[in-house]
Ligand binder design. Sequence first.
Ligand code: AMP
Ligand code: GLY
Length: 432
Amino acid sequence: MAPQDRLDVLILGSGGREHALLKACLRSPRVAKVRVAPGNGGMALEAECLEVDAANPAAVLELVRRTGSTFVIVGPEVPLAAGVVDALESAGIPAYGPLAAGARLESSKAFSKDFMVRHRVPTAASATFNQLAPALAYVRAQPVPVVIKASGLAAGKGVVIATTLAEAEAALHDMMETKVFGPSGDEVVIEEFMQGEEASIMLMVCGEEYLMLPPSQDHKRVGEGDTGLNTGGMGAYAPTTVVTADVERRLREEIIVPTLRGLKADGIDYRGTLYVGIMVTATGPRVVEFNVRFGDPECQVLMPSLETDPVEIMEAIAHGRFRASSVKLRPGSTIIIVLAAGGYPGEIRKGDVITLPAELPVGVDIVHGGTKRLPDGRVVTSGGRVLGVVAHGATLQDAARRAYAVVPQVRFEGAHHRRDIGYRQLKRDGAL
Ligand code: AMP
Ligand code: GLY
């Protein structure tokens, strides 16, 4: 391949997900150069980090032109919802991630629920409201637990699972009257509570053609045994066999195919990641939510599960010429243990110096999230989910052993992590 054909990549984002995407780019023979905006302390050790307001399409376009970038990978949902890919496409710059019309599957839960109803995708029964009084009247007629969701983007915090009517009413007042999530709570979705085990299904989509990455499982609660407050995700692993062969068949037939057909029927040429959060219920898989980007921390365990170059896949999708049958997956299991800042998910400590192991064993890697590199070269904490230890092994037990052996070698004041990442699968495997 001629060197001029290789890509000059710009990655948008600053979390662990984007660091995993950067590592994939650094390994890729397709990539000549990679820059990140804004990046984090770990990414700064490996690539040039630039400032940009990623929610402003004009600013991103200006940065792309200034740096001569030839391919853009968008990590988070906010730039997608703001139309960054639309602006790049109009300017003839290929990018990985859906257009704003497709990003509505995540940026508006009301749109997403309406989409699922219209295209008969199994999900929780729900009703959408933009007035408090009818929302209260409706919720009073529902059984508990009941789920209350702010329709707009709320950084994963706009969902309340109310176990009493009083809690449900309080959540509606908070969202619709006090506006704790600002305009994201102008519209509220009230949803039936689904019982079951969750899984994260990451699809790399090119119209109706798609690759299903190994099903993974996140751990959203801060405490062991899934207790305590919700977080962005304290750890993940893949694959998970909660998605059995039968669940996978139903997932493809009843959820994925109707969704991709529905997008096409609605005139949306969807290209990018579609994250289908599912609940495996007694009556089959049902959709909890759609996201339009990779999960974080799921991405960190899925990139290493690809034998095929992820950049090659993203490039083919951006150009609308992807064939899923060409992709090879790696055998084995991958796990990530997230180390969080003191206080997370509440008020967090920042600025604590991080000590990292001088060397890592084969198959183990460290992915930064909320870190910052100081001018003197030290790396300090700057966000809630500070970094993650990622390990690959023949089995999940093997991967977990390798990851947990490195965790104590990463040190910063206030650090905390869960010691039970992957416990459901370890039980299924007979390893717990
Ligand atoms: P969401 O932002 O829609 O993914 O919701 C956040 C989390 O709340 C999900 O990952 C689930 O754990 C939980 N959740 C959301 N909706 C439901 C539901 N209808 N039934 C049960 N749990 C839910
Ligand atoms: N790990 C959950 C998410 O990325 O939304």
